[in-house]
Design a protein around this ligand. Sequence first.
Ligand code: GAP
Length: 509
Amino acid sequence: MSKPAESSANLMESIVSLAKRRGFIFQSSEIYGGYNGFFDFGPLGIELKKNIRDCWWDDMVRRRDDVVGIETSIIMHPKVWEASGHVGGFTDPLVDCKASKQRFRADQLFFAAVVVDDTTHGYVSALESEDTTADLQAAAEKVKRKQALQGTLAPVVVQEFTEATPEQIPLIPSPATGEPGSLTPPRDFNMMFDTNVGALRDGSSKSYLRPETAQGMFVDFKNVVDTGRVKLPFGIAQIGKSFRNEITPRNFIFRSREFEQMEMEYFIHEDADWETAHKDWIQWCWDWLVSIGLPESHLSLFDHEKAKLAFYSRGTTDIMFKYPFGVQELWGIAARGNYDLTQHANASGKPQEIFDEETKKKFVPHVIEPAVGVDRIFLAVLAAAYAEEEVTDDKGKTDIRTVLRLSPRIAPVKVAVLPLLKKKEELTTRAKALYKKLQRRYACFYDETGAIGRRYRRQDEIGTPWCVTIDFETIEGEGDTFTLRERDSMAQRRVTEQELLALLDEQVY
Ligand code: GAP
C-alpha cells in the first residue's frame, strides 16, 4: 500500500531524515551546531542538484535557438543595486518581539480578534501555516474557554500583521510568548548581505552579495547583443548562487539565506504582444516541471493582483507547488516592461537600446522573466517522489519499502549494477565490465555486498530507476542477458546490453 505525499502528516520529517541519512542534504557547519538558513549538499544531493540544473540548461539554452547563457560575478558594482532598486527597496517587513528577542516577518504573522456576541475580548496570533485560519480559530476558542466567556464565538477574521493599527499592536500576543505588549510595529528590513571590497572597510568600499542573478543579464545586455548575433526576441539565461538575509529562513531548503537561482530574461520588441509571450513562458515552465517528474496535481497558478505589483510590472504569475507545509511559490514568471534596462541606462549613462531595421528607430526592449530556485525544485521533487509502501516478498513476508520515485532525468544514480554473488568471479568480472561501460555516460553504482533484495531496497531509497543484476543466466545462458529490475513496479525482465543502452538513451535526456 502506497502512502502518497499528501496523506503523510510526517512527510517533511521523513524527507529531512532521508536527506540526512542517505547523504542528500546536511545542515551547514553541523559540528558547530548548524547555521540557520544555510545547507550543504552531500554526494547524492549534489548529483540530484546538478541534474536539475543540467536539465534546465539543456532545455532552456542548448535546445533553443533563441536563448543564450552567461555567468556573471556574484559581487557586482554597488551602483547596479542602486539602479535596480535593491538598495532602496529590497525589504521585508520585520517585527521584533522585545520579550523573546525573536523576529518575525510581518507578512507571515497573522492575527484575529476574539469576538464573542459582538464584543471583542482581545486578540490571538499565529505564524503562517498550512491552515492559519484553523490555528487562529483554535486559539480563539482557547481564549474563550480560559476566560470563561459566555455566548457565541464569531468565526475569526484573519488579518496580516502589516494591517494592524497602532491601537491593535500592543494588544496582539507575540507568537513566541503568547502574551501581548512585546511586538513592535513592522519596519523595513533590507535583505541584502553587504561586504567590503578592497583593503578599506568604510562606506566607500561597501558592496553586496547579489540577491538575484537577474541583474547580471541586464547589465550585460549590450555585451551579448554586440557579440552574440542575437535578434529579438531572445533570452539570456544564468544559473548561480544568490544570497538573501531572510528574517525567517524555514521549511528546510525552501527559504534559505544562500540558494541557487535559474533565471532567464526574454527580451521582446516594445510593440510585441507581451501577454502572449508571458503566457507562452508560463506554459513552458509548467511543461518543464512536468518533464522532470512533478505531478500536475501538485501544481497550480497564482496571478498576482495588479494593484499589489510594482508600478512598472505588467503582470506576474507564480507556478505554485503543493509542499507538505502548504501551497507555496515555486517559479515566478514576471512581465517587467523595460524598467530594468531603462534604470541601468539612466544610472550608467550608457543607452540600452536596439535599432529597429523596419522603423529605423531605436528602442529599449521589454522583458519576460521566468525566475526559479533550484533548491525549491529540489524540495518539490523530493516531496512528490517520496513514498512508503507495503510490499510482500516471495515468502509472504510483508515489509515497508521507502522509495523515491524520481524521474530518470534527474535521479542521482541512473542504474545500479549488481553481481548476484560477490564470490563468483565470473559474475563480478562481467558486472564490472558493464559498470565501466555505463559509467562513461551515466551516473552508476556498483554494489556487490548483501542480499540482492536488500541491495534493491538501498537503490529504491535513493531513487535509482533501474537495477541490473548479473546472474547465472548471464554467464551460462545464451545472449549475454541481465535481469533488469524496475524501481516503481519492481517488475523484472531480461535485457541485452543493447536494450539497456537504448532504454537509458530514451529516458535519460
Ligand atoms: N529576479 C526575480 C527574482 O529573484 P524572486 O521571486 O525573488 O524573483 C525567484 O525569486 C525564485 O527564487 C523564487 O520563485 C524561488 O523559487 C527562489 N527563491 C527566492 N528566494 C528564495 C530563498 N530565500 N530560498 C530559496 N529559494 C528562493
